[in-house]
Design a binder for this molecule. Structure first.
Ligand SMILES: [Zn+2]
Length: 62
């Protein structure tokens, strides 16, 4: 099941509701799913630029 507001990961094209804005090797910013982000964080030049979340994910209460 894919939520209507899921967006594809720039690397694996899997629709996800949470993506990380990352940069690798001085390239452009990409939006990667948590799985791809976990792989890319080992690469040289890795930078983390924030998290994108679907609107359907409500902020957790504390
Ligand atoms: Zn991915």
């Amino acid at each position: 099941m894919t939520p209507a507001d899921a967006k594809p990961c720039d690397l694996c094209q899997q629709p996800v509701q949470v993506r990380y804005r990352i940069q690798v090797n001085q390239g452009g910013w990409i939006l990667a799913c948590p799985t791809c982000q976990a792989h890319c964080c080992h690469l040289p030049g890795y930078r983390y630029g924030g998290t994108w979340k679907s609107r359907s994910i409500k902020p957790g209460r504390r």
